[in-house]
Design a protein around this ligand. Structure first.
Ligand code: NAP
Length: 287
């Protein structure tokens, strides 16, 4: 990659920013179209987010992805936040257009594309149990409601964190229920849902356990874990052993990235190229 004054720059702000697979995915897409664009990762401390976004804009950067906590803080730093991003409570994609910062959320879109691709499941009329009420949990729960889920249940360790999600979903036609994230509470509702989503960070570390046994799962359930590294969390292992259909978060990462690519470049994302680059970066796949 030869970066000079004619190279169009996009990138990602994180704190920390190690192990991100996004540069591999986006740079492969630019390469496929022979575009003189580069996607770079920048470490930005949270207190510097506002000045870093302004500085990037002044330098002619035309797009930025944001990770936690920046994606939540950005709601207060950006001129023009898309209405859906505000409801989802996070901006993960910024586009700099004519010197103005515009904020979008492509995570919710990425999640719905992922369950369509992995399970052939459309969210309309479905009953969903979301584990977690952080940035990812809120985005997924609210997006499911906005796109016509019949029922959304959110279970979180800290139940107070569910309230902002409840407020957003109460304005839709979707039924809503808040739960404590504990096996005995999950047992009462899991038989009446179609899809379970892990949006907690439990599973990222070796030995992590949500404490949900195989007896809770059945072959009619779809279980999606937003975690993609490791490829198989304990939740997916346990659910699969009970016959449930399972998928990990790589597809969500791919589709949120594809949507960001389309916002910045106004071109259709080369999905096969991006998927291959992502799998090579995350799992070392050579195919
Ligand atoms: P976050 O805002 O920090 O939220 C973390 C969530 O995990 C909260 O619900 C938290 O519960 C819960 N949690 C943490 N430790 C726990 C424990 N020991 N027991 C029970 N619950 C626990 O983080 P986030 O941005 O939402 O990210 C959550 C997950 O989503 C991460 O694993 C991330 O990798 C994944 N993600 C994937 C994609 C993708 O494209 N595939 C995109 C975004 C995020 P409390 O509220 O009780 O602390």
């Amino acid at each position: 990659m030869n970066i000079d004054g004619s190279t169009t720059i996009v990138g990602i702000f994180g704190s920390p920013i190690k192990h991100t697979a996004s540069p591999a995915m986006h740079n492969a897409a630019f390469g496929a179209f022979e575009m003189n664009w580069a996607y770079l990762a920048f470490r930005v401390d949270p207190q510097n987010l506002r000045s870093a976004l302004r500085g990037a804009n002044d330098m002619g950067v035309i797009g930025i992805n944001l990770t936690i906590p920046h994606k939540i803080m950005a709601l207060d730093c950006i001129d023009d936040v898309d209405a859906e991003a505000r409801k989802l409570g996070a901006v993960n994609t910024v586009s700099m257009e004519k010197g103005k910062l515009r904020g979008f959320n492509t995570d919710g879109y990425g999640f719905l594309k992922a369950i369509k691709e992995d399970f052939n499941l459309s969210i309309k009329g479905k009953r969903v149990l979301v584990l977690g009420a952080g940035g990812a949990g809120r985005g997924i729960a609210v997006k499911c409601a906005l796109d016509g889920a019949a029922r959304v249940i959110v279970a979180n360790r800290t139940t107070a964190r569910i309230e902002p999600i409840a407020q957003e979903i109460r304005g839709t036609k979707t039924e809503f229920l808040a739960l404590k994230l504990a096996a005995e509470d999950i047992r009462k509702v899991i038989h009446e849902v179609d899809l379970v989503v892990n949006a907690t960070s439990v599973g990222l570390q070796e030995g992590d356990s949500l404490g949900l046994g195989a007896d809770l799962f059945s072959p009619r359930l779809h279980v999606y874990d937003t975690i993609y590294r490791p490829a198989e969390t304990e939740l997916l292992r346990v659910a699969e052993s009970a016959g449930a259909k399972v998928a990990n978060g790589l597809s969500m990462l791919l589709h949120q990235g594809a949507k960001a690519f389309e916002i910045w470049t106004k071109r259709k994302a080369p999905l096969a190229v991006m998927r291959r680059a992502l799998r090579a970066s995350v799992y070392g796949d050579k195919s």
